[in-house]
Write a protein that binds this ligand. Structure first.
Ligand SMILES: *[C@@H]1O[C@H](CO)[C@@H](O)[C@H](O)[C@H]1NC(C)=O
Ligand SMILES: *[C@@H]1O[C@H](CO)[C@@H](O)[C@H](O)[C@H]1NC(C)=O
Ligand SMILES: *[C@@H]1O[C@H](CO)[C@@H](O)[C@H](O)[C@H]1NC(C)=O
Ligand SMILES: *[C@@H]1O[C@H](CO)[C@@H](O)[C@H](O)[C@H]1NC(C)=O
Ligand SMILES: *[C@@H]1O[C@H](CO)[C@@H](O)[C@H](O)[C@H]1NC(C)=O
Ligand SMILES: *[C@@H]1O[C@H](CO)[C@@H](O)[C@H](O)[C@H]1NC(C)=O
Ligand SMILES: *[C@@H]1O[C@H](CO)[C@@H](O)[C@H](O)[C@H]1NC(C)=O
Ligand SMILES: *[C@@H]1O[C@H](CO)[C@@H](O)[C@H](O)[C@H]1NC(C)=O
Ligand SMILES: [Ca+2]
Length: 764
């Protein structure tokens, strides 16, 4: 090596004597011009990477002006600029280099030199610049831009595809042949090649990701091309990752698939997967399933993640109907490149689905049973329900009624016959809705599955209820009612079923002279007053018969009481009898008890008075007191009309016993409360006559009957006294007509004393 460098050194280090030429030209010029003083060279050369123990002379500075030793002064790069101490010069002008130079670091050094006389220090040559040029040797290898090239590339068949370009740079002097020139080489699997000069890596052939997903190889860069024994090399790694393309068909992993499915599996459930295989990545796996003969029972759906074929159940299964299914299925896929069939997997498969038997609950022949039966029966059968075990075991079925509340019906537990146990009455219960339970009895006697069915039993109507009057039987009519007045509109209730054809007819058992019954032809009828103008307290009794048009027809008889009531401008002045009916028996008893108590107390009080006090002094006062008593007894009464309040029985009793009720001692009032009611009305009329007669002929006492009350009332009135003292039938020529003009309040009075149409028999 040392020898080699020396050779190079010998070649390179000697300076090129161009001064001769300069001299020459200066000689020619010297003829014409003043002689120019100058150094004889302006460039020196030094080879890089030269190293030696002693400084190496790289040239001599000589001047055309002087020819002796001088004092050379060197300045510039490598001397006093940049890295110092590289260059020195001696008195003879020899320039030395002291250090190893590197062209790749600094290729040219700019220097200045001047020469002075050693003795005089006179400037022999002015400062002149020159260059030291570092000569290149091939000491650098070409370097790749990256140590590792990592690229992705689509798989596929290629005739010529550029995969990537690699590049290496050589810092050596490109002007010198071969030093910086790069030549590429590749050490790669078959198919890859590199363009030597450009570094383009290309591929020819088929890249299959499924065979080899990544390729990793070395590329080399070398300088000094064409010189295989010299030059520097360097390498880099190339990694090629293949990207997937859909170039493999999806296939089934098996040629037959078998699944076991319970018959109770609900539709919509995934039964199982037809596994497929595809070497491509999932995004490039798009199988299409073409099944045949699915019979609408199954559906094949692609699994989104795994791309398998899912078998989805679409219909209910029944082991007893069909215990197995099978179908063919084909899988296809559209791919980018023609498939290279490697024989893996199956494009067609057969699927077998076995239905597994389940213990199912019994099945009724109907979900709902509807029966109908006429009412009023208490035995017999209604109908039959039927349930079977759908399983092959065909277990016995036991029937029962689920509801405990159903007691009028029963069921034969073996045959399912529903029978009547109690009388069925539509009016009590029109529908019997209940549930029947069917229970399987297993072969070992235990109870198995059960199921339910509902039964709707309709009880059909029979005309077994008479129509009845809807409303009160106590009717009221105003005494001054006009003819044709509607007293009441009668409507009907009938517990039996009423249809559009149901008709009710009304008629009276006996014709009535005052009222008629007129049908409205809409299942109602009106009671109409024939003439109008009734007499108070004359109740009419109508016997009403209501019939329906059922088969057989039913009818009812109702007694209607029509009560005549005084009315003022259409307002009834009496209480409607029906309203009193609302009072309970207890209340009535209580009231009676109260009345009795008051009666006894009053009696006792009056007895005391009778014993202690003097008899009533004057007639007016006595009558007034009596009246007070009467009023207090009968506040709830209806005035003179109220026979309960104004108990005339005293008269009757007096008459019956023959004792005159007007004693001299004026004890009369006590007797009012002690006597009983008269039994018969007619007796009353006669009795009153007798009484009146007695009174008329009594010269020394007030007549002791109720009529004297009016005598009192009339004391200060316009009417004067109405006392029966003057009310003999003989002097009935008195005109009481003016009472009629007093208004309704005195109507009763007017009637009593009226002279118009009534006779005296109506008076008490
Ligand atoms: C310098 O001396 C040499 C011989 O030693 C001679 O050839 C040359 O001509 C001289 N040059 C000058 C300028 O004196
Ligand atoms: C540069 O110099 C060193 C030391 O002297 C030597 O080992 C090396 O081979 C040289 N390089 C070249 C390219 O000559
Ligand atoms: C190459 O690049 C891919 C992504 O493009 C990365 O996944 C892989 O790890 C890289 N390989 C190396 C060796 O760096
Ligand atoms: C896949 O590539 C690697 C490295 O490039 C290589 O070692 C291997 O043999 C290749 N495999 C096949 C099957 O080509
Ligand atoms: C289906 O059931 C049969 C017996 O019933 C059994 O032999 C078989 O292994 C089952 N197959 C599957 C896929 O479970
Ligand atoms: C019984 O069932 C029938 C028919 O579904 C229905 O019309 C009726 O209202 C039901 N009766 C009762 C009490 O549930
Ligand atoms: C009976 O009369 C009442 C009151 O007038 C009425 O609300 C009801 O609907 C009647 N019933 C029938 C069955 O006509
Ligand atoms: C109905 O007429 C009869 C005579 O036909 C009569 O005696 C009776 O008082 C009348 N009834 C009414 C409430 O007026
Ligand atoms: Ca592919």
């Amino acid at each position: 090596m040392g020898a080699c460098i020396w050779v190079v050194f010998c070649i390179m280090v000697h300076f090129i004597p161009i001064n001769g030429l300069v001299v020459k030209s200066s000689n020619i010029q010297s003829v014409l011009h003043r002689h120019k003083r100058e150094f004889k060279w302006n460039m020196m050369y030094v080879t890089e990477n030269m190293s030696s123990v002693s400084p190496i002379s790289i040239g001599k500075l000589s001047s055309s002006k002087f020819n002796r030793t001088a004092l050379f002064i060197l300045r510039g790069e490598g001397v006093d600029q940049g890295e110092k101490g590289i260059f020195t010069v001696n008195k003879l002008g020899d320039v030395f280099v002291h250090k190893t130079l590197d062209r790749e670091k600094k290729a040219i050094y700019n220097l200045n030199v001047l020469a002075m006389d050693e003795m005089t220090r006179n400037l022999l040559e002015p400062e002149t610049s020159f260059q030291v040029k570092v000569m290149d040797i091939n000491d650098n290898e070409p370097k790749f831009d990256q140590n590792e090239y990592n690229v992705s590339f689509f798989e596929g068949p290629y005739t010529e595809a550029k995969v990537l370009t690699v590049h290496a740079a050589d810092p050596d002097d490109p002007t010198i042949f071969g030093h910086a020139e790069v030549e590429y080489k590749i050490f790669a699997p078959k198919g890859f090649y590199i363009v030597e000069t450009t570094g383009d890596i290309k591929f020819l052939g088929t890249l299959d990701r499924e065979t080899n997903q990544t390729y990793k190889f070395i590329v080399q860069a070398k300088d000094m091309p064409k010189h295989s024994n010299t030059g520097f090399t360097s390498t880099a790694t190339v990694i090629i990752n293949l990207k997937d393309i859909n170039d493999n068909k999806a296939k089934f992993t098996q040629s037959t698939y078998t699944f076991n499915v319970s018959e109770s599996t609900a539709p919509g459930v995934n039964i199982g997967a037809l596994l497929i295989t595809d070497k491509d990545e999932p995004q490039n796996t798009n199988p299409q399933f073409n099944p045949t003969n699915l019979a609408g029972v199954f559906e094949i759906v692609e699994d989104e993640d795994l791309k398998n074929g899912k078998i989805i159940l679409r219909k209910e299964l029944d082991y007893e109907t069909r215990s197995s299914y099978s179908f063919q299925i084909e899988v296809t896929e559209t791919i980018v490149f023609p498939d290279k069939d490697d024989g893996v997997g199956f494009s067609k498969a057969t699927v077998f689905i076995n239905i597994l038997d389940e213990d199912e609950p019994p099945v009724f022949s109907l979900k709902e049973y509807h029966f109908a039966i006429m009412e009023n029966v208490d035995k017999g059968n209604i109908g039959k329900v039927n349930a079977i075990d759908p399983d092959t075991a065909k277990n016995q079925i036991r029937y029962s009624i689920k509801e405990d509340s159903v007691d009028s019906l029963g069921i034969d537990s073996n045959k399912g016959i529903i029978s009547i146990r109690k009388l069925l009455d539509r009016e009590t219960k029109a529908w019997h809705n209940f549930t029947i339970k069917a229970t399987e009895i297993n072969k070992d006697g235990t109870q198995g599955k059960e199921s339910f069915a509902s039964v709707h039993l309709k009880i059909l109507d029979e005309n077994d209820n008479p129509p009845e009057l809807n409303g009160t039987t106590h009717l009221v009519v105003c005494e001054d009612s006009q003819p044709e007045t509607v007293v009441a509109t009668l409507s009907v209730t009938d517990k039996d079923e009423m249809t559009l054809d149901t008709r009710f007819t009304f008629h009276l058992k006996e014709e009535n002279s005052n009222f008629t019954l007129v049908s409205n032809l809409d299942n109602t009828a009106n009671i109409i007053a024939k003439y109008g103008g009734f007499r108070v307290n004359e109740d009419d009794i109508l016997t009403l018969i209501i019939s329906d048009n059922g088969n057989p027809p039913k009818s009812s008889t109702t007694t209607l009481t029509i009560h005549v009531c005084p009315c003022i401008d259409g307002d009834r002045m009496c209480e409607v009898a029906s309203a009193q009916m609302g009072v309970s028996v207890q209340a009535l008893l209580a009231i009676l008890f109260c009345l009795l108590t008051i009666l006894i107390i009053t009696l006792l009080f009056l007895l005391r008075r009778k014993l202690k006090k003097e008899p009533l002094g004057s007639l007016g006062k006595g009558v007034g007191e009596i009246h007070e008593q009467l009023v207090s007894y009968d506040e709830e009464g209806g005035g003179e009309m109220d026979t309960n309040g104004y108990d005339v029985s005293v008269l009757s009793s007096a008459w019956q016993t023959g004792i005159r009720p007007r004693p001299e001692s004026q004890t009369g009032p006590c007797l009012y409360a002690t006597v009983q009611k008269p039994a018969i009305k007619q007796n009353m009329a006669i009795m009153i006559e007798v009484k009146k007669d007695e009174a008329d002929h009594d010269k020394d006492g007030i007549p002791y009957d109720t009529l004297h009350i009016y005598g009192y009332e009339g004391q200060d009135s316009l009417a004067g006294s109405l006392s029966s003292i003057n009310s003999s039938s003989c002097d009935s020529d008195l005109d009481y007509d003016f009472i009629n003009e007093w208004g309704p309040r005195f109507k009763t009075l007017a009637e009593l004393y009226g002279v118009d149409e009534h006779d005296d028999a109506s008076m008490y």
